[in-house]
Design a protein around this ligand. Structure first.
Ligand code: GLA
Length: 673
């Protein structure tokens, strides 16, 4: 719900938070409140605070979320409020507010957008710039929004860092009195960072205390600058692009930024995650209610060394343990028998699949599974038919050496002809063999990209995926960039799940999943059970442990089933069946992190607890106390039939007398009274 309370004052209300915007005496919209719900009377009593999108000019010396240069080399903005447009929304409808501003002198208009959605605590904010003059304006920076948190004695920053095979490592550190830049300059959202941020006053815990957060819906380069100034105020400004990338806004043109959504919670980091998960499932995912099938993916089992007969054998074994979707990963097309050739040639390798993919697809379908394929549409190997035909399609700059990463170059997706080609090839592929699932990979960052590439490239990736989904409503898409290099709200808005990391070692995966789940819900978190010892780390874990870790997301199988003995296959079949029972709770329920090594999912009367002891360093001796149950309720332990009191499960918890590492447990409770 959004209301215009009095001239220059807007009150946005979500189920458990409020946001107040007030025009300052200088004409700039300012944040007066971001926190608990307020009445209109209380909102009216608030003075304007920090700017909603600070520019350059005047006595502004902090982070400039808006930097422009006009034709006469003058920089900055001086605001003039034009008007606003408001659709208040309300129960079951989205509210949308646009505050329209213009520069006092130059022909630049700016719209600040605010949107709230039914049942969600997220406030979406974005910006549109319009050049209403007849000379180009250079945009040096245009953030989606600046977010201000109320003044506190101290602040703590939470974010994730990492690398390939080690994504989403949560870091929680004191916020320096300085500018802290979280960014990706890579053209994808990144393994080393992820476009979200949280601040608290240093006092929040998993289930108590105030936390402010924001996440950007953008899959390319981005920058979030968190600022704590010498007067003790804090906030951040963020948006697409990284420093130094500029944009020419021609006469009559507009630039719209992606949404940078904010969520406040007074219920700690767990409360923040609940709100993000709900928001993503209700308002971001294109098909939130679609059942995420149990996937088999061939990558770790076979890598590039694939054949039709071998894939058929794997499909039989996968079907035997209850897999629902069989995905053939890299190595099926063109001359792609290794990393050096074939990317770009999206037709079945004629030696490996002399009769095309149809015999394999039919085989998979006869086994009762759907069929999916790995693709990497944005890349090309110089050794490919595509590159030989269209060397001019590659992202490069004159007089600069085109950098190869993993022996590949990027196609310049900012070109519409390249995007059209990609759409046509994928459309043909999906139509021809009735493909149910694409794993859309992107295995290298941008290099040699000019100013004008960074944004239209990502927009065209989005457009191709959107067109494919529209033409093939049943198609599922998994987003991937060498694991979790492009996991963000922009990608999640047009895919069904994300490949979280190439590190499938269950013991290490727990921390990766812990970080991923801070913002993104379990139904989007691709998680495979692979072989032991693990292909990347050499780590050994029992099969049940691997399953119990992967069951916390969208379960897949990525091991070489030909090497699993009959006992392993039997146990796997049993665990896949168990997973299918708990899947609605894991994917649709509220997730509580009981510890770094245990999660609980609760949906109506059903409660699922997954816990793990990955190493001896995890002292798994203290009881695991459940969360969010009805203290007066009685819950049946689905394995023992024992009836437990909700109050005791929460205060005394489940015993954990686990002597060794590699132990894990799946517990289910049903409320019976
Ligand atoms: C990336 C992905 C892997 C696999 C390979 C194939 O690294 O993250 O899962 O698909 O590419 O080349």
């Amino acid at each position: 719900m959004i209301n215009y309370e009095e001239p220059g004052l807007w009150l946005l209300a979500t189920p458990s938070s409020a946001y107040v915007v007030r025009l300052g005496p200088d004409g700039a919209p300012r944040c007066a409140h971001w926190g608990p719900r307020l009445t209109p009377d209380q909102a009216r009593a608030l003075p304007p605070g920090r700017e909603e999108l600070p520019g350059e000019g005047g006595e502004r010396f902090g982070v400039a979320g808006l930097q422009v240069r006009y034709g006469d080399a003058v920089r900055g903005v001086e605001w003039r409020h034009l008007d606003h447009e408001i659709d208040p929304g309300g129960d079951g409808a989205a509210g949308h507010l646009v505050i329209r501003m213009a520069d006092r002198h130059y022909p630049l208009e700016i719209d600040l957008h605010y949107r709230v959605r039914p049942g969600s605590d997220a406030i979406d904010r974005w910006t549109t710039l319009r050049n209403t003059g007849d000379e180009p304006i250079t945009i040096l920076r245009c953030d989606s929004a600046a977010w201000t948190v109320p003044q506190r004695e101290d602040y703590r920053l939470t974010h994730v860092t990492g690398g390939w095979g080690a994504e989403f490592q949560v870091r929680r550190t004191a916020l320096a009195t300085a500018e802290t830049v979280l960014t990706s300059r890579r053209g994808h959202s990144g393994h080393h960072a992820n476009p979200w941020v949280m601040l608290d006053a240093g006092d929040a815990t998993e289930d108590h205390g105030e936390v402010w957060s924001a996440a950007l819906a953008w899959s390319g380069s981005w920058r979030i600058t968190v600022e704590r100034d010498h007067d003790g105020r804090a906030g951040w400004s963020g948006g697409f692009g990284h420093e130094g990338v500029t944009w020419r806004l021609g006469p009559g043109e507009a630039l719209e930024t992606p949404a940078f959504s904010g969520v406040y919670s007074a219920e700690g980091f767990g409360g923040i995650s609940h709100r993000w998960h709900d928001h993503v499932r209700r308002h971001v995912l294109p098909e939130p209610r679609r059942v995420r099938p149990v996937v088999f993916n061939s990558w770790e089992a076979t890598e590039f060394d694939i054949s039709q007969a071998q894939q058929m054998e794997l499909a039989e074994l996968a079907a035997g343990i209850g897999v629902e979707l069989f995905v053939m990963d890299d190595g099926w097309f063109g001359g792609r028998t290794g990393e050096t050739a074939g990317l770009g040639d999206w037709w079945p390798n004629p030696e490996r699949f002399p009769d095309g993919l149809t015999p394999l697809v039919e085989h998979v379908k006869r086994l009762g599974m759907a069929f999916g394929l790995w693709v990497e549409p944005e890349s090309v190997n110089p050794d490919s038919e595509l590159y030989r035909t269209h060397p001019e399609w590659v992202l490069r700059q004159p007089n600069r050496h085109p950098t190869e990463v993993r022996n590949q170059l990027l196609l310049d997706f900012s070109r519409d002809d390249v995007a059209d080609w990609a759409y046509d090839r994928l459309d043909e592929l999906v139509t021809g063999d009735d493909i149910a699932f694409l794993k859309w990979d992107m295995n290298r960052p941008f290099t040699e990209a000019g100013d004008e590439v960074w944004v239209p490239y990502i927009r065209n990736v989005y457009a191709v995926i959107d067109r494919l989904r529209a033409a093939h409503p049943h198609l599922m898409i998994e987003g991937c960039a060498s694991g979790g290099g492009r996991a963000d709200l922009g990608m999640i808005a047009r895919t069904d799940q994300i490949w979280t990391s190439d590190d499938t070692d269950a013991a290490q995966r727990i921390a990766i999943q812990h970080g991923y789940g801070q913002i993104y819900p379990a139904c989007t978190m691709g998680a495979w059970v692979t072989d032991s010892p693990n292909a990347i780390t050499g780590g050994r874990t029992p099969l049940a442990f691997r399953f119990h870790v992967a069951m916390a997301g969208a379960l897949g199988i990525g091991g070489d089933l030909r090497r699993w003995g009959p006992e392993d296959l039997e146990q796997a079949k049993h665990l896949v069946a168990r997973y299918k029972e708990i899947r609605p709770v894991v994917h649709g329920g509220r997730m509580d992190r009981l510890a770094d090594w245990a999660v609980q999912y609760t949906l109506d009367a059903d409660v699922v607890v997954l816990s793990w002891r990955p190493t001896m360093l995890v002292r798994a001796t203290a009881p695991l106390r459940l969360r969010g149950l009805d203290p007066d309720g009685r819950y049946r332990d689905e394995d023992t039939g024992e009836i437990c009191h909700g109050a005791l499960l929460m205060s005394h918890g489940l015993p954990r007398p686990w002597p060794f590492e590699g132990v894990s447990e799946l517990k289910r409770f049903t409320r019976v009274g």
